[in-house]
Design a protein around this ligand. Structure first.
Ligand code: SAH
Length: 335
């Protein structure tokens, strides 16, 4: 059993020791972020021995490789239990260190431009394995103030572990990360968006929209066949009504596919009145899709058109493209 995926109450319930031990062990795991029971030096030796016999520590992940780009973005490959390989990215912003974590090894969603699912789906990551990516990188770099769930995998397809991860990493006896500094990105799983709204977490939800209508969206993001745009936008409205938190719509600009001015106008019409903001990003080109990124000029024209239609739009700076930092690219090279 993985003790680093447990809450304080769960640990206390299992170890049958003094009442404060659960909190003490949790704090070793998530505040001091140790990855062995031997390091928990203020626990009695027999207890450390007993813990070692009964539990594993899922935050104990092994770094295989890291590559740093000119802008300090660093891509990591980690090995987890059963030789599962995942990747994470460190980004250095003015406001502090940010980590982009994976939530699954592989992915089931099959978006045509994305490298994450190309090798198929392997498994869900445990809450501790998501925490472990942040801790390992923090250990090597600097204090991490922001976490984005935008690495490999679909966070809402690993719903329970992702919600548990948020509660572990934000716990004041651990990392104590502000939930406002956490962004969860989804390709648009409607039932889970509704469920997440009901959790009332003050996190940021990002929705990978990538298209102004169902036919373009179905081509790029196959899951759109199950959840048409009207339903998706209704779920987003439910989310913003409930949480009062603005949604970020992500939109990868792909040459000749979703980047015309009529697409911009169609998009503006669809999103009018929603509590949201659009983040445009030029497609990160991968060899398998054959798709090309829009030109910078097209991206800015598209952004201007949306802004002129009163849809708040920004263009995302793409970090780390010189080191294959786009979703899933480094992991694929390894396999
Ligand atoms: N499964 C989640 C998180 C995945 S990655 C989701 O779909 O939101 C985070 C973002 O990167 C998503 O918006 C995804 O669509 C986008 N993305 C993936 N591959 C890309 C590429 N090659 N170029 C640009 N954006 C990409």
């Amino acid at each position: 059993m993985d003790i680093a995926s447990m809450s304080i109450a769960e640990i206390s319930g299992l170890i049958d020791d003094k009442p404060y031990r659960g909190k003490q062990i949790f704090s070793w795991l998530h505040n001091r972020q140790v990855t062995s029971f031997e390091s928990m030096t203020d626990l009695p030796k027999p207890l450390r021995e007993k813990l070692k016999q009964s539990f594993s520590i899922g935050t104990d992940i092994k770094k295989l490789e890291s590559v740093q780009s000119a802008d300090q973005t660093t891509k990591y490959l980690f090995k987890l239990e059963n030789n599962t390989i995942i990747e994470s990215v460190y980004m250095n912003y003015r406001f502090g260190g940010s980590v982009c974590v994976s939530t699954q090894a592989g992915c089931r969603m099959g978006c045509i431009f994305c490298a994450s699912g190309k090798g198929g789906f392997e498994r869900n990551l445990m809450p501790s394995e998501i925490c472990g990516q942040v801790y390992a990188i923090q250990h090597e770099k600097a204090h991490i103030s922001h976490v984005v769930l935008m690495g490999c995998g679909e966070p809402l397809d690993n719903y329970n572990n992702v919600v548990k991860f948020i509660s572990l990493i934000s716990n004041e006896n651990g990392q104590g990360l502000s939930r406002r500094a956490i962004t969860v990105s989804t390709c648009g799983l409607v039932p889970q968006i509704t469920k997440l709204a009901d959790e009332m977490l003050p996190i940021t939800l990002a929705v990978s929209l990538h298209a102004p209508n169902d036919s373009v969206r179905e081509y790029l993001v196959p899951v759109a066949k199950a959840y048409p745009l009207t339903e998706l936008l209704q779920a987003c409205k439910y989310y913003t009504d409930k949480t009062k938190r603005q949604i970020t719509f992500e939109y990868a600009m792909i040459n000749g596919v979703n980047d015309s001015l009529s697409h911009a106008i169609e998009l503006a019409r669809r999103l009018k009145g929603t509590l949201s903001h659009i983040n445009l990003i030029r497609l990160n080109e991968t060899e398998f899709s054959g798709l090309r990124a829009s030109t910078n000029e097209t991206v800015w024209r598209f952004a201007d058109s949306l802004n002129n239609h009163s849809i708040k739009t920004t263009v995302r700076r793409s970090l780390g493209s010189d080191i294959n930092a786009a979703c899933g690219q480094l992991r694929n090279r390894q396999r």
